[in-house]
Design a protein around this ligand. Sequence first.
Ligand code: KG4
Ligand code: ZN
Length: 350
Amino acid sequence: MANGPLVLGIETSCDETGVGIVRGSTLLADEVASSIDEHARFGGVVPEIASRAHLEAMVPTIERACRVAKVKLSDVDAIAVTGGPGLVGALLVGTASAKALALALDVPLFAVNHLAGHIVVDELEHGPLPDSVIGLLVSGGHSSLIQLTGSDFHALGATLDDAAGEAFDKVARLLGLPFPGGPWIDQLAQSGDGAAIAFPRGLTSPHEGEVNRLNFSFSGLKTAVARWVKQQEQAGNAVSIPDVAASFQEAVVDVLTQKAFAACQETGIDHLVIGGGVAANSRLRALALERAARLGISVRIPRPGLCTDNGAMIAALGSRLLMSGATPSDLSFSTTSVLPIETVVLNGLG
Ligand code: KG4
Ligand code: ZN
């Protein structure tokens, strides 16, 4: 029998309405309603469509999560909700729902940082994180290297332009694949050769200097793929989409793992946790494990369903905060599209 507080987490930062329920650090329910099919024909997430879909999905998803967890709302000890970063209209649906629930149930509310959720969600699957750990967060909106020490999150590096997932989505689009492109590239790459085309590894040359050592850049890679495909077509050469997908993917995961392990070595922290939608990528998972074994670093990656956006990660973070005695958010807090990783919980205006 699991013990600890019962926490319900709500995630609405993008196109997934996620409701997770945890007891302590035990996952009881993780229900997700996605509006991705409604965005596919636009080639990206349309904020207004996402907000409306959250509003429609919110109550049914909460009810489903309670059913799966076999709990009643009146049993819940605290609510956690994504306060940012994300699409403001989408975040407003989640935060307004969470405020209403917290008021009605008279329980504390934690408005939390989505990015921190992507890191701590691994505790639901692999147990408590070590006191010091490096987090590689790779999603549709972010690519960051984060140091987590105790309960303090600190940014070590981030992308200067496109996020890793955004690069996957843009390259998929130019290859004529559906949105979101990451899973398609992952799948096609299985039958391609990752060494077929030598695409650039952004910000890895020694000439880059110290300042960008732990930063990322993927927009040059995206342009290089577009240029290569165009040149082949103009020369009348057949283009192997699986080879392009595999070679592009190899360039991304090579850089991500190089920099993540460089962060471990520089800080002397020999634990790495990878989170965010791109952490579902099979080649990233394999290469990270392979390089970690060689370097003597331990790597933790949650199962793919916990890598992409979900409510369980928000519940996990809320529960961790509650158990560590953190101060809940004042209900006057607002949502924010940009939120540095250092701010784990939003405070109110009051
Ligand atoms: O974390 P997430 O669900 O949402 C954000 O917070 O952005 O990440 C979504 C991103 C998308 O760009 C999607 O293409 C990418 O994660 N993604 C993948 C894979 N599965 C999802 N990228 C590469 N390989 C995958 N298997
Ligand atoms: Zn995310």
